[in-house]
Ligand binder design. Structure first.
Ligand code: GDD
Ligand code: MG
Length: 333
C-alpha cells in the first residue's frame, strides 16, 4: 500500500522553530519527526511514501537526497502553491499515479495506531473513506466526528467553538481512501478535506470512522511538540529513549528528563529540566531551562532563566541574566 504524507503546512503554531524549516523536519528526540512517521508506516507494511510538499520542500530533498527515508522509497510531490489538505491529496495522488486504495496521514501526528486495523475496517465496511478517530478532552482544536453504532460518520465539524462539539472523538489525521474520493476534489484550487470533502462524504453516507485509543499526539503546538519527546524519554511508548546525545556536553550540569542534541553544550552549574535543547545550542553557566524549547545553535547566556514553554528559535540569543517566561524569541506572531 502507498501512503501520502501531508507535510506542506506552514507550522505557524510552532514559530519561531518553523520559520526556516517545515515542522516535520524538527527533531523528535534523536531523529527528524518525519522519520518517526515514515518508520511507523514501514513497520505497518507501507512500501512507498508520497511526500506532499509545499512550504520549504528543499528541506526534505536535502535531508533525503537518495529519495529514501527510514528505509522507504519517497516520491516528492511539490505543489506549485499551497492547495490545502484535499487539494494536496489530489495533487500528490495524481503526481504519483495512485489508482488503488491508499493511506493519507497528517505528517505532524505521532501515533502507535496499527494502520493494518484501519485498512481492515475500511475493507470490511466497503466505505469510500475511513478515518481514524481518537478521544480527546478538548475537541475544539480538531475535527470532531460523531458516528453511529456501525461506525458511519454522521457529520464532520472542523474546529467547533469551545463547548459546541457534538462528541469527544476527533479526526486523528489518518485516512484510508478509495481513488474515487479524488473525483470529489476540484483541481487547481485550495480545497480542505476537513471543511469540504469529508462533510460531503458524510452527507452521502460514504465515510466511516475507526475509533482507537492507541497513543496519539498532534505535535503542532509547542506544548505537544515538547510532550511527545518527554513521552519517549519516559518510556510511555515502549523502551525509553536516552535524551542526552552522545555528542552533547553536559559535564557538571543538572540535566533532568530532557533532550540535549548533538554538539549542544550545557555548562557546569546550569540546570535543564523537562526541556529540549537542540543540536549545537549552548546553555551558559548557572542558567535554568525549565519546560522550554531551545532551537539549534541558540545561545542562552549565564544565569538566564527560560521558564514555562519559552521557545527560542534556531540561532536565537538570550542575554546573560535575562528571565523569559512563556515567551517566544523572536516573536514572529
Ligand atoms: N501539502 C500540503 N499543502 N500540506 C498541508 C497544507 C497544504 O496546503 N496545509 C496543511 N498541510 C499539512 C500540514 O503540514 C500537516 O501535516 C497536515 O497537513 C495537517 O495540517 P495542520 O495545520 O497540522 O492541521 P491541524 O492540526 O490544525 O488539524 C488537522 O489535524 C487534526 C489532527 O491532528 C485536521 O485534519 C483536523 O481535523 C484533525 O483533527
Ligand atoms: Mg496538526
Amino acid at each position: 500500500m502507498r501512503a501520502i504524507v501531508l507535510v506542506g503546512g506552514f507550522g505557524t503554531r510552532l514559530r519561531p522553530l518553523t520559520s526556516d524549516r517545515p515542522k516535520q523536519m524538527l527533531p523528535v528526540v534523536d531523529r527528524p519527526m518525519i522519520e518517526h512517521v515514515v518508520g511507523h508506516l514501514a513497520a505497518n507494511g507501507v512500501d512507498e511514501v508520497v511526500l506532499s510538499l509545499g512550504f520549504l520542500p528543499d528541506a526534505f530533498r536535502e535531508a533525503y537526497p537518495d529519495g529514501a527515508c527510514a528505509g522507504v522509497p519517497l516520491h516528492y510531490a511539490v505543489e506549485p502553491e499551497p492547495l490545502d489538505t484535499a487539494g494536496a491529496i489530489r495533487f500528490a495522488a495524481e503526481d504519483a499515479g495512485i489508482d488503488d486504495t491508499f493511506l493519507v496521514l497528517n505528517g505532524d501526528v505521532l501515533t502507535d495506531l496499527p494502520f493494518g486495523e484501519l485498512v481492515e475496517a475500511h475493507r470490511a465496511t466497503g466505505a469510500e473513506g475511513t478515518i481514524s478517530l481518537t478521544p480527546v478532552d478538548d475537541p475544539s482544536r480538531y475535527g470532531v466526528v460523531p458516528t453511529d453504532g456501525l461506525g458511519r460518520v454522521l457529520g464532520f465539524v472542523e474546529k467547533p467553538a469551545p463547548g459546541e462539539a457534538p462528541c469527544n472523538w476527533i479526526n486523528a489525521g489518518t485516512y484510508v481512501l478509495q481513488p474515487s474520493v479524488l473525483d470529489r476534489i476540484q483541481s487547481g484550487r485550495r480545497v480542505s478535506v476537513e471543511r469540504e470533502v469529508f462533510p460531503a462524504m458524510a452527507a452521502d453516507g460514504a465515510l466511516f470512522g475507526y475509533q482507537s485509543t492507541a497513543y496519539w499526539v498532534d505535535t503542532g503546538t509547542p506544548e505537544a511538540y515538547l510532550g511527545v519527546q518527554l513521552d519517549l524519554l519516559d518510556g510511555v511508548r515502549g523502551p525509553s529513549l536516552p535524551g542526552v546525545d552522545v555528542k552533547a556536553t553536559v559535564d557538571g550540569a543538572d540535566v533532568n528528563r530532557s533532550v540535549v542534541g548533538p554538539g549542544a553544550v550545557v555548562a557546569a552549574g546550569a540546570r535543564v529540566v523537562d526541556s529540549v535543547v537542540m543540536a549545537g545550542a549552548s546553555i551558559g553557566e548557572g542558567a535554568v531551562v525549565e519546560g522550554s524549547l531551545v532551537g539549534s545553535g541558540a545561545t542562552v547566556g549565564r544565569d538566564a532563566r527560560l521558564l514555562e514553554l519559552t521557545v527560542v528559535g534556531h540561532g536565537g540569543a538570550v542575554e546573560a541574566g535575562e528571565r523569559l517566561v512563556a515567551t517566544r524569541r523572536p516573536d514572529e506572531g
